[in-house]
Write a protein that binds this ligand. Structure first.
Ligand SMILES: Nc1ncnc2c1ncn2[C@@H]1O[C@H](COP(=O)(O)OP(=O)(O)O)[C@@H](O)[C@H]1O
Ligand SMILES: [Mg+2]
Length: 265
């Protein structure tokens, strides 16, 4: 078993006036690929944001440790420097800032990624080619007027360039056509091969998962982790949906003490 990279333990969190996550556990080993599924509004994106340190959310109990360090109180930029990456479900538009300058600035802030302007240009060019991303995009303002597919490819570009130890991809496949979906899958594959990083993929789309070797699947309903199982759990959800988890009246075979059993959640 891989050594633990991320350990979310008994985490409860929410906004100032609304509890969203309840007693959530999630352990991800170095280099592992985990999938997080659940119906809309389950709290999947919130968990991604809380792990990233988004100040919009408050942790009320529990802890988050990353690479052996307790990061529960750490700011988002420090977590980013430590190697956590979150691709946003709806990336922000930043008028006036060309994508290229944005990427260059981020890389220059990282001692391990700092490089000459020439080498940086070369590296970005290689990755853009790999992702079939037209290089003229690099000079456009960050995310302004980009199509859904283009935004997602740019996320992949960031992933390959920044080489985080843990990437949380929130619905990276939403709004993608088949070709773009292929490029994103290849981007994720390249990240795993070239960087060897761990992944938490939050998705509804089981097609993107066909090309990935998944170590573990987690199911979240109403802010609770209700089941955890092997990759095969994805196929079951694909066929039957979340009903059995939402009913909460059936024990998940693979999950001793499954919280889906017993209480009327
Ligand atoms: N910043 C926020 N302010 C208020 N409510 C929020 C905020 N973020 C999430 N929520 C609420 O928390 C619940 C879980 O949302 P979310 O994490 O986006 O679910 P999912 O990603 O599983 O669809 C929803 O009811 C959502 O409206
Ligand atoms: Mg979401």
């Amino acid at each position: 078993m891989a050594s633990t990279l991320l350990n979310v333990s008994a985490l409860s969190a929410g906004t100032e006036d609304k509890p969203i996550l309840h007693d959530v556990d999630l352990v991800v080993g170095e280099g592992e690929c985990h999938v997080l599924m659940g119906p809309n509004g389950a709290g999947k994106s919130t968990l991604g944001h809380v792990v990233m340190g988004d100040p919009a959310y408050r942790v009320t109990s529990g802890s988050i440790s990353f690479a052996g360090e307790d990061v529960t109180e750490l700011s988002a930029d420090k977590r980013s420097l430590a190697g956590i990456f979150l691709s946003y479900q709806a990336p922000v538009e930043v008028p006036g800032v060309p994508l290229y300058s944005f990427l260059r600035t981020i890389c220059q802030m990282r001692p391990e990624l700092k490089t000459t302007a020439r080498k940086f240009r070369q590296r970005v060019g290689e990755i853009a080619d790999q992702l079939e991303l037209d290089q003229s995009f690099l000079m456009r303002e960050l995310n302004v007027g980009f199509s859904g597919g283009e935004k997602k490819k740019i996320e992949m570009l960031q992933l390959l360039l920044l080489q985080p130890r843990l990437a949380i991809l929130d619905e990276t496949d939403s709004g993608l056509d088949v070709d773009a979906l292929g490029i994103v899958s290849r981007g994720i594959e390249a990240y795993r091969e070239q960087v060897g990083g761990a992944l938490i993929v939050i998705t509804h789309n089981t097609r993107i998962l066909e090309r990935l070797t998944v170590d573990r699947t987690h199911v979240m309903v109403k802010g609770h982790m209700v089941a955890e199982g092997p990759a095969e759990l994805i196929g079951e959800i694909d066929a039957n949906g979340f009903e059995r988890f939402e009913r909460g009246d059936e024990r998940c075979d693979d999950c001793p003490g499954c919280p889906a059993a017993g209480d009327a959640r």
